[in-house]
Design a protein around this ligand. Structure first.
Ligand SMILES: Nc1ncnc2c1ncn2[C@@H]1O[C@H](COP(=O)(O)OP(=O)(O)OP(=O)(O)O)[C@@H](O)[C@H]1O
Ligand SMILES: [Mg+2]
Length: 217
């Protein structure tokens, strides 16, 4: 289970502090899939980064499977993340110097959970098995998005935090990639928090939350 409470965050900007939320709480139960919606700029990516321990909150607590994220130092958090969290970034962050196979296997190798059968299954399910020797710059946006999904699932971490994983795709492709991702998430019983602007995609998850004026409803 992932449970955060009393989260507060303001970004520091040249115009002064930009408060995003105060006293925000969220719970993700084992195996459920939850959509995170809200207007552009309301703080969805920031919240995801905080839950992943990549950015710090100003206050509040985050527990992931009985581990207190806020009590860890940076290196403990990085190590924890390897085993517990798969992350799909809004900007994908594929590693340009690694080929697709090595991008796909990146998280699994970090977590010492590389499994060639699972890699082959992921690549096949995501329809990227013919692209493994290419480099990210040689892939279309949709293909890159599939690689990012595969990489985030490669270590079979119990949680997947996905920031608009189909954001740059047209509707038909978004639907297809979403289906692939959800089927892999269900197969691995991964707990999913997914940012999306699409009510249609959100409706395919177990429930949805909307971040608005600093509150999650
Ligand atoms: N590192 C930062 N420093 C200062 N301000 C930031 C920083 N990151 C984000 N912001 C600001 O905080 C607000 C929330 O940003 P965030 O990226 O979390 O929004 P979002 O809900 O993910 O938006 P979108 O739907 O467009 O991706 C925005 O106004 C943004 O400009
Ligand atoms: Mg965002």
């Amino acid at each position: 289970m992932l449970s955060a409470s009393g989260l507060a965050k303001s970004h520091i900007t040249p115009q002064g502090p930009l408060p995003l939320f105060r006293e925000l709480s969220i719970t993700l139960n084992h195996g459920e899939s939850v959509a995170l919606m809200g207007e552009s700029g309301c703080g969805k990516s920031t919240l995801l980064h905080i839950l992943a321990g990549l950015e710090s909150a100003d206050s509040g607590s985050i527990w992931i499977n009985q581990h207190d994220l806020c009590k860890m130092n940076d290196s403990q958090r990085a190590k924890f993340r390897r085993y517990h969290l798969g992350i799909i970034f809004q900007q994908l962050n594929l590693i340009p110097s690694l080929n697709i196979l090595d991008n796909l296997a990146f998280q699994a190798r970090l977590a010492k959970r590389f499994d060639s059968e699972w890699m082959a299954h992921l690549a096949e399910q995501l329809g990227i098995e013919g692209l493994l020797k290419r480099y990210p710059a040689e892939l279309s946006g949709g293909q890159q998005q599939r690689v990012a999904i595969g990489r985030a699932l490669s270590a079979k971490a119990p949680f997947l935090l996905a920031d608009e994983p189909t954001g740059s795709l047209d509707e038909a492709n978004a639907e297809q990639v979403m289906k692939l991702m959800l089927s892999l998430v269900r197969e691995t019983q991964t707990t999913l928090l997914m940012v999306t602007h699409s009510a249609h995609l959100a409706a395919q998850l177990d429930r949805s939350l909307t971040l608005s004026q600093g509150c999650l409803r």
